[in-house]
Design a protein around this ligand. Sequence first.
Ligand code: FRU
Length: 498
Amino acid sequence: MKHNLDHPLRPQLHFTPPANWLNDPNGMVYYDGEYHLFYQYHPDSSVWGPMHWGHAISRDLVHWEHYPIALYPDHNGMIFSGSAVVDWHDTSGFFDGGAGLVAIYTQTEMIPNSDLSKQRQSIAYSKDKGRTWIPYDGNPVLADERYPDFRDPKVLWHKPSQSWIMVLAAGDRLFLYRSPDLKAWTFASEFGSAEGSHDGVWECPDLFELPLEDGASASKWVMIVSIGDNPNCPEGSRTQYFIGEFDGWAFSNDNPADRVLWLDHGRDNYAGVTWSDAPGVESERLFIGWMNNWKYANQIPTEGWRGAMTLTRKLTLRQEEQGPRLVQQVVEAYEGLRLPGSVWIDKRVDSQHLQLDEAEDGLIQLEVEFELGTASEFGIRLSSGSSWTSVGYDAAEEELFIDRTHSGLLDFHVEFGCKHAAPLAAKDHRIKLQLWLDRSSLEVFAGDGGLVMTDQIFPIEGKKGISLYADGGDVVLRSLRIYPLQSIYTSQTTGAAG
Ligand code: FRU
């Protein structure tokens, strides 16, 4: 089923549902050459509603094939977010001694005569490589009715203690559980009620170990936590992470409790988690987030589909001055979408905008390096008809920003049309950026992936252009490469995984 793929706002690089509403990525697991992506799906409407798990499979993390809905609401309730693992040694007993896939997810049902819901964890298994799923007849496997918010289980295998670990969001904290068989869960510890940002309810955690990029033997544990929208925060829903240690029972934060590390400084990357069992998982994690924000997710001006994922990214850990930090890059397989590009080298940019290529289809990858000059601000402007969005650098404030105040359709939510910034220091007087424009989204990776900004935009139709600008002086363009990109609907799967 393919609908409306040619709509001028329809993403051509990013995963979108065949039709209707999508939110969080769920159950991401790699098995037998296939990357599975499940997702929060309302198949009957383009606004949030009774949740199912939609399903897609990819071999290269770029091209996706839609599969039938994997999990439907049942007598235990709707199917909320969760994860999936390969049960290699049949600890669950579902697979007659072989291996198979187990999904672990939240089921939510309303408590009769109240507006409260109860949230409990269930499991389902697949004996046919994820094509069909059988809910376990002992569901739910974990309940604790003291907590109204009790959801989004992420499960991992902890080798040293030969145990399954579940991290679960419970309002303003995380609970960790252990299990030998994915069915019986024992409480192990809690984390976070006094750590990091509490601007919103905690949701969609993830926990994994990564070595430091420098090749040293040291590794650290990363805990990702999404935090829900708060009407008083213009940022809306967003994602933070912690760096620390995990001993199989408890996670401890290496940083002071009030230090907040944001995974993405843009407005549209939420509920992202990483793939289980992917090749190379010991040195990098594959990540996808929901490219939206609860502040306006139900109102974004798309037709036929509503919601997309971020590009698939690789997460690694780099030692920075202040300690280890996550670094993000899109997976290499996207480079297979490049068409022949154009290159500019050593050009002075000043108040005369430097007009570059036309971006006919609104699908481009751009790599740019500026050397600071006298300009107080400079950047790249992407225009479409009378609308434009800029990605710029404020030299005095040492901040990278996205300005979507003129990006096109804005009036679906008062807080959408904003300019927002994040700290970015120049390295050797240079600012290096990589941009991915996909019609209605923009992903900016700065400083080799140490800073990321993901934003949706809804441009007005019209002639598309790319220009460079500088205000209050000049800046030197050291290099610029622009590649038009092919749509994932017209290009071929490259086969190799990123
Ligand atoms: C996060 C979230 C999860 C929940 C799901 C429901 O976006 O609120 O906490 O499981 O969405 O669709």
